[in-house]
Design a protein around this ligand. Structure first.
Ligand code: ZN
Length: 295
């Protein structure tokens, strides 16, 4: 069977645990190629993409949009992921060519790449004001930062595991994915103890993905010893909604003097989408038209 990115939603221990798991190899590899990301940039955005696509599944309506923004003082700059509950996700890294030495355990040092800063969770639920939550980054390793968000902003005790595995030469993404496990109120102590024991035995989820690159394999490890009921299996995709029209809005927002400088240069203007790498070209006539709307 051909490999496919997909996620599952499950419950366990008489519905006292709810769980999500996803594999995102194709999505992450696509982003890496489109934007020429370095291994550490790929690992950072890959983790955030996996987290984002699972959190997108928690949204109620198809038109709801989730945005995760990680703004750290590390060399990677900011990271953005948007997703929805249709399994569509996209992401970008500000400085995607950053290279750093590995951390003490020989892994890509995502925490150092991200640095200290904030995690912003924004949910556009079609209401007048979007829901917004902003928290300090805990480690910059992404999974711990999302765990902290669930505890602080949603008062839901959670465990989040995220990982991106490269081939030996770090040239292509071999596997990528993650899980979110959450405790419902009044979960029995023995359930919590068992879950904590399971999680403590996992040495990084890339080891699980290396053996079996499926969301089922992740949940079988995390929820070992529990009866797992899978309620939904859903394909997930990279999808960018950039367009020629949206590029015009970006030019418009640059303002009059910036556009006048472009017109003076008398060269077509190219805008590259930061998410998918697609290029849009605007002729001087196009730019002049936009410039005129600002009078
Ligand atoms: Zn795009």
């Amino acid at each position: 069977m051909a490999y496919k990115d997909y996620m599952i939603r499950a419950t366990a221990a008489n519905d006292s645990i709810r769980a999500f798991a996803v594999v995102t190899k194709n999505i992450v590899e696509k982003e890496r190629i489109a934007n020429h990301y370095s291994p550490i940039a790929t690992a950072a955005i890959g983790r955030l993409l996996s987290g984002g696509v699972m959190m997108g599944d928690m949204l109620r309506n198809e038109s709801d949009v989730l945005t995760l923004q990680v703004r750290g003082d590390g060399p990677l700059g900011s990271l953005i992921v948007t997703s929805n509950n249709k399994g569509e996700v996209r992401g970008c890294v500000q400085n995607g060519d950053v290279d750093l030495p590995p951390n003490a355990s020989g892994h890509l040092n995502v925490g150092a790449g991200v640095g200290k800063g904030t995690l912003m969770v924004l949910m556009d639920l079609g209401l007048r004001e979007p829901y917004m939550s902003q928290l300090s980054l805990q480690t910059g390793e992404i999974a711990e930062d999302l765990t902290y968000y669930f505890a602080q902003s949603e008062q839901t005790p959670s465990s989040v595991g995220l990982g991106v595995l490269f081939d030996k030469e770090e040239t292509t993404v071999k596997a990528s994915g993650g899980y979110i496990v959450q405790l419902m109120p009044d979960t029995k102590k023995e359930v919590i103890d068992r879950l904590e024991e399971n999680i403590s035995k996992i040495n990084g989820i890339t080891d699980i993905l290396r053996e079996n690159n499926t969301p089922e394999a992740l949940l079988e490890k995390v929820l070992e010893g529990f009866d797992i009921q899978i309620h939904e299996t859903k394909d997930v995709y990279f999808r960018c909604d950039c367009s020629y029209k949206k590029g015009e809005h970006i030019l418009h927002d640059l303002g009059k003097s910036e556009l006048e400088d472009m017109i003076k240069e008398n060269k077509p203007v190219e805008i590259t989408c930061a998410f998918c790498g697609k290029k849009y070209e605007y002729s001087i006539e196009d730019v002049e038209k936009i410039r005129k709307t600002l009078d």
